[in-house]
Design a protein around this ligand. Structure first.
Ligand code: BG6
Length: 472
């Protein structure tokens, strides 16, 4: 199979090129694209940051991060990439630096116009400076300049609105790619493609058929080196607001009839804007792992949650009274992201019988499982049987999440990016939950490192007569 290849020359400027996101995710993602020969003959990658680095030093850092992520990396491919790699030292709030960047691009490419992409791998505090300077130094209104902005998009509804109004002063929404890396994961993308092509699944996933939905994203790592950011925001903003709500929307939305990104965004928005949290401490569990306060730089009195579980509803006729439970936390027993959809039982079935389940495992395994119940012969015992199929990408075209999304930006495919509206709707519900938790002083329950999280997460499901289902 011939892989899709970018034809037109491009320049990709990575703002914040000396930071962690660039080193851990973007550089290795560029390597994966180069390995699959996705790049055109002429392309230029510019690392832009405030640190005084020479081109050589930057090329060395770039090479190191690639080798760390891909220990068997092909040196010829790395060389091809580093030949296309430049470094530009500049401030984010200094327009003349952006003018010089323009001249620099022209100097290295010898071209007046080429596809120009700007990746924001910087803390959100400097987003506006970069947007303004890029906007004010644009050559023309119609210039093909694509902004790639990774979450967090603001820190609440108000700041997200301000950010989007600000962006809109300089750029059309179609030139802004709002990136949530979960939407680049093969498992997450499969939800859409499986739903789109399989009526059998959608029949099972209709509100009236479903008794409850459970979305879990557990992480085994702690806060790592990102304390400065994480302790300010906490898990509700860091994980639930975008990653978990996006998965929820993909599961609960009506399937879009076309593969146009606008149709998908509209359907996701319909769910996100109808999400409802009933204000009661019965519907929320917050927790903090025991060793969190001993982590370097974490304030000794930190009340930041590293775990959150919620009981939510969707205010739409088809999902009326179907509880949706979401939970996520750090320093838990294992790394796993999955969605469990439990189907209603017949009125004549006994309470003790297991329900049918449809389970999407999204990472690290990528599988779809259907659990059926059977009784063998004359035995009175019911047994669950699981049919399970891999949904992992297994062709030559498989790419990690950031590579998938970068390639999408390069070919102007907006399907796996967010809209302003979706983000605002997700912030509105997140803000309301946070406001409630503050007002009602929701307890932050300590949980053991490496455990399943706070015990009281079970109260959320038990009040409806359900249990969190853990796939062994
Ligand atoms: C990021 C969060 O968006 O996602 C991190 O800021 C979290 O706190 C990470 O660890 C999880 O991503 P993944 O791809 O490892 O599941």
């Amino acid at each position: 199979m011939k892989l899709f290849q970018i034809k037109n020359s491009f320049v990709l400027t990575i703002f914040g090129a000396s930071g962690d996101l660039a080193k851990l995710k973007l550089f290795p993602a560029l390597y994966s694209l180069a390995e699959q020969k996705r790049f055109p003959k002429d392309f230029y990658i510019i690392g832009y940051s405030r640190s005084p680095l020479t081109r050589k030093e930057f090329q060395n850092d770039f090479e190191k991060s690639i080798k760390k992520a891909h220990p068997k990396a092909d040196l010829k491919i790395i060389k091809k990439l580093t030949d296309a790699l430049y470094y530009f030292q500049g401030q984010y709030n200094h327009k003349p630096d952006f003018e010089k960047l323009r001249d620099f691009i022209k100097e290295i490419s010898g071209k007046n116009s080429l596809t120009n992409m700007a990746y924001f791998s910087v803390p959100p505090q400097v987003f506006k400076d970069i947007i303004q300077n890029l906007g004010e130094t644009k050559r023309s209104k119609t210039e093909d300049l694509r902004l790639i902005i990774e979450k967090p998009f603001g820190e609440d509804t108000q700041s997200a609105k301000e950010l989007f109004h600000f962006v809109a002063r300089y750029f059309e929404e179609e030139n802004v790619y709002l990136l949530d890396h979960y939407l680049g994961k093969t498992g997450v993308q499969s939800i859409l493609s499986l739903r789109h092509s399989n009526r059998i699944l959608n029949t099972m996933m209709k509100g009236p058929e479903v008794s409850n939905i459970q979305i879990t994203a557990s992480e085994s790592i702690g806060v790592t080196s990102r304390v400065g950011y994480f302790d300010q925001v906490g898990t509700l903003k860091d994980m639930v607001q975008s990653h978990l709500f996006q998965i929820l929307a993909l599961i609960a939305m009506s399937i879009p009839i076309t593969d146009k990104s606008e149709s998908l965004k509209r359907e996701k928005y319909n769910i996100l804007s109808a999400l409802k949290f009933n204000e009661s401490n019965k519907n929320i569990t917050l927790g903090q792992y025991e060793s969190y306060k001993n982590e370097k730089e974490v304030p000794k009195n930190s009340k930041t949650e590293t775990f959150a579980a919620l009981r939510l509803f969707i205010d739409r006729e088809s999902w009326y009274k179907t509880p949706i439970y979401v939970r996520t936390g750090k320093k838990l027993a294992e790394k796993k992201t999955c969605v469990v959809i439990e189907l209603k039982k017949f009125a004549f079935q006994s309470k003790d019988e297991e329900p049918n389940r449809l389970i999407f495992e999204l990472q690290p395994e990528e599988r779809i499982n259907i659990q059926l119940v059977n009784k063998n012969g004359l035995s009175s015992e019911y047994k669950s049987i699981t049919t399970s199929e891999s949904i992992a990408c297994n062709g030559d075209d498989c790419l990690p999440e950031h590579s998938n999304l970068l390639l999408d930006v390069m070919r102007k495919n907006r399907l796996h990016f967010l809209s302003f509206q979706e983000i605002i709707a997700s912030w509105e519900i997140t803000d309301s939950i946070i406001k409630f938790a503050k007002k009602s002083k929701t307890k932050i329950e300590l949980y053991k490192d490496g455990s399943e999280g706070p015990k009281s997460q079970h109260k959320l499901t038990e009040m409806d007569g359900f249990k969190w289902f853990d796939l062994k």
